[in-house]
Design a protein around this ligand. Structure first.
Ligand code: GAP
Length: 442
């Protein structure tokens, strides 16, 4: 059965993954809140990224820069003048569109994609996507600051600080995870395009001649990361940006795309930003941002290879890719095949029945486990229903205490994907589950 966005949105609300922001007030467009399961999933996705980009490497270090930055940063970066989308209005139905998203045939006739009126579209005007606010009590032009539209600039303006304090040598990278804000004209498709979102970005500083080799390497590494996360190979592909699509800072850009229910769309961007950003910041700040290479005895402005992923888009991808309505003999089972490492709950512990001392034993097992991994205790309802609830939450393992447990201190471990059960000594449970979670398959 095809996975639709309606099914994903409904599961997310029903099970507490994702809610519309400010829902009791009617909601605010393109902003979402992560519920109890969603926040665990999102944290795990970020952790999975951080681990592979920072902890498992020697050449990448982390950073956490402020969202509010000196307004000159955004002049230097080109965002004040160039981070715009072409906005057109329909004079009849008042709907707004991005001109570059309108079917060219309709655009020729200035025909509205919503109400169909011919000749009703205005000429495009450039609309800047940055949110503005004011710093301090006076709302005047001099106090304008922006909510960052990408985390990357926080890395560039700190590149010298990191270099001087961590003694990294080129080639090296700086990674950051954090919020970004864009006043998108056409947000939509649930958490795919929102106005407040999170990015996981890594900027890799290289010798100017090494840019293309490094770009190739990072392209492959990033694709491999999604595979490691368990995303299906046939749903992933590269898309190279044509000259007319390139962002203002990039010489070459590839997107990693995923096939969502609404089509192939960008999941991550990999960009060769050349020396554009550091040269501009050098020019606008008046500070020397060049690098002296001890090996080659040369001084140069490093080139930057950027990998820029969306946290929310990765979460959506995991949900869509993992969703299955499996037809069983008597019922349909909804299951989320999340990679165990990102699953919100790793193990749910159940007493088979609420008597004969089983709840006490199960509780003890839960108490032991919860110090080691995210566990959940549930003793309400029939056992089959408890399994189904965990299948929908993407919990990879369910542990059941039954009458045999009382005799030989073993429990059953049920696998979410195969529904197979095997017996494991309760003593070895923590170790056994961790071993299974570390496995690299879904
Ligand atoms: N620093 C480069 C940069 O920001 P981008 O292609 O504009 O590049 C990178 O954005 C990634 O950030 C995208 O691939 C996407 O995953 C995520 N992203 C961008 N805009 C988004 C939005 N409005 N909502 C959710 N995610 C977004």
């Amino acid at each position: 059965m095809a996975t639709t966005m309606d099914k994903i949105v409904s599961l997310c609300k029903r099970r507490g993954f994702i809610f519309q922001s400010s829902e009791i007030y009617g909601g605010i467009n393109a902003c979402y809140d992560y519920g109890p399961l969603g926040v665990e999933l999102k944290r795990n996705v970020k952790e999975f990224w951080w681990r592979s980009m920072v902890h498992e490497r020697e050449d990448v270090v982390g950073l956490d820069a402020a969202i509010l930055m000196h307004p000159k940063v955004w002049e230097a970066s080109g965002h004040v003048s160039g981070f715009t989308d072409p906005l057109v209005d329909c004079r009849v139905c008042k709907q707004r569109f991005r001109e570059d998203e309108i079917d060219p045939k309709k655009l020729d006739k200035r025909q509205c994609p919503k109400c169909g009126s011919v000749g009703s579209l205005t000429e495009a005007r450039q609309f800047n996507l940055m949110f503005q606010t004011h710093m301090g009590p006076v709302e005047e032009d001099a106090s304008v600051v922006y909510l960052r539209p990408e985390t990357a600039q926080g890395i560039y303006v700190n590149y010298k600080n990191v270099l001087d304090s961590s003694r990294m040598k080129i080639p090296f990278g700086i990674a950051q995870v954090g919020k970004a804000f864009r006043n998108e004209i056409t947000p939509g498709n649930f958490i795919f395009r929102t106005r407040e979102f999170e990015q996981m970005e890594m900027q890799y500083f290289v010798r100017p001649d090494d840019d293309e080799a490094s770009f190739q390497k990072w392209k492959e590494e990033r694709m491999a990361w999604y595979r490691k996360l368990g995303i299906r190979k046939e749903k992933l592909r590269f898309h190279q940006h044509g000259k007319d699509e390139l962002p203002h800072y990039a010489k070459t850009a590839f997107d990693i795309e995923y096939e969502y229910p609404f089509g192939w769309k960008e999941l991550e961007g990999i960009h060769n930003r050349t020396d554009y950003d550091l040269s501009r910041h050098q020019e606008y700040s008046g500070k020397d941002l060049s690098y002296f290479d001890d090996n080659s005895r040369e001084r140069y402005i490093p080139y930057i290879i950027e990998t820029s992923a969306g946290v929310d888009r990765t979460v959506l991808t995991c949900l869509v890719d993992g969703y299955e309505e499996e037809q069983l003999e008597k019922e349909t089972r909804t299951v989320l095949h999340l990679h165990p490492q990102i699953a919100p709950i790793k193990a749910a512990v159940f007493p088979l029945v609420n008597r004969d001392g089983m709840p006490e034993v199960a509780r003890n097992i839960f108490e032991e486990l919860k110090g080691e991994l995210k566990a959940f205790y549930d003793d309400s309802g029939a056992i089959g229903r408890r399994y189904r609830r965990q299948d929908e939450a993407g919990t990879p393992f369910c542990i059941t205490v039954d009458s045999q447990t009382l005799q030989d201190e073993t429990v059953t471990v049920r696998d979410r994907d195969t529904m197979a059960q095997d017996r494991v000594p309760a003593q070895e449970l923590g170790f056994e589950l961790k071993k299974r979670i570390e496995r690299n398959t879904k």
